[in-house]
Design a protein around this ligand. Structure first.
Ligand code: SAM
Length: 279
């Protein structure tokens, strides 16, 4: 019998530990272990890796990651009510699961992890985008992680993988695609969760590229992209007026029409503009 078979079904875990879902913590649990195993498999080969999981809750995905062979899992969970359920999983996989009770936005996990590191999570929606942006914008590249396998609201997942000329295209797409490969690998209806959220969800898999796709200074690129999309309906010569007194010339040198709108401009051209502004 494998370790996962010695653990009770998640519905029993929820009932015995009285884990009624709290909206304030973004709690929509995955109780189908076939589904959590499938998500864990999307994270790639885990056997040589430490995996950071944010928000394990009662531990459905945690079980999947361990059963798929993760060398170690470090799970950060804010809700202390989940700790006894997670302790049962730790006991079934001796030495392979460490749980930290705290806020993922405040804890530096690095001291607890050994490379190579992958991140996998059914993220609490209230902190998901903030964590993703942090993971995508470290000071140095490559980052501490090899890949991110993350559940988001479908609409956020679409913003991460969006291409130019679409409504979803913006800062998140550019941040994600500049230095990572981003794909939607699974779609999940609301009924996959307990309780069901109002909207559909999707799993995004991001792999860190060894180097950015196009050279650019990270701070300048981030500033220009933020300014361009803050006023996405304006022409770039107006939206970027504050970036340089001769912004029209700089746009032209970067190969961008000053009358274009941010939504139409591909990543490569934003990087060219960032380099122009650095001169
Ligand atoms: N991974 C579990 C699953 O798939 O069933 C639970 C997912 S639920 C969408 C989000 C989890 O994140 C909850 O267990 C919640 O308590 C936890 N959480 C919410 N905010 C958090 C934070 N700031 N830091 C760490 N965990 C958090």
């Amino acid at each position: 019998m494998s370790a996962i078979d010695t653990l009770p079904p998640l519905r029993e875990v929820i009932a015995s530990h009285q884990l009624s879902a709290r909206k304030s913590l973004g709690q929509n649990f995955l109780l189908d272990l076939n589904l959590t195993a499938k998500i864990a498999r999307q994270a790639g080969t885990l056997s040589e890796c430490d995996v950071l999981e944010i928000g394990p809750g009662p531990g459905g995905l945690t079980r999947g990651l361990l059963a798929e062979g993760a060398r170690r899992v470090l799970a950060i969970e804010k809700d202390p009510r989940c700790l006894p359920a997670l302790a049962e999983i730790a006991a079934a996989y001796p030495g392979r699961l460490e749980v930290i009770n705290g806020d993922a936005l405040e804890i530096d996990p690095l001291a607890h992890l050994r490379p190579p590191i992958r991140i996998a999570a059914n993220l609490p929606y209230n902190v998901g985008t903030e964590l993703l942006v942090r993971w995508l914008t470290p000071r140095d590249w490559p980052p501490f992680w090899q890949s991110l396998t993350l559940m988001f609201q479908r609409e956020v997942a679409e913003r991460i993988v969006a291409k130019p000329g679409t409504k979803a295209y913006g800062r998140l797409a550019l941040l994600a695609q500049w230095r990572a490969e981003a794909r939607i690998v699974m779609s999940l209806p609301p009924e996959a969760f307990t309780p069901p959220p109002k909207v559909s969800s999707a799993v995004v898999h991001l792999t860190a590229l060894p180097e950015p796709r196009f050279p650019a200074d990270a701070a300048i690129l981030s500033r220009v992209v933020a300014a361009a999309f803050n006023q996405r309906r304006k022409m770039l010569r107006a939206a970027l007026k504050g970036q340089a007194p001769d912004i029209e010339d700089r746009l032209i040198s970067a190969g961008i029409k000053p009358t274009e709108r941010a939504e139409q401009v591909p990543l490569e051209a934003f990087c060219a503009l960032a380099r122009e502004l650095e001169r």
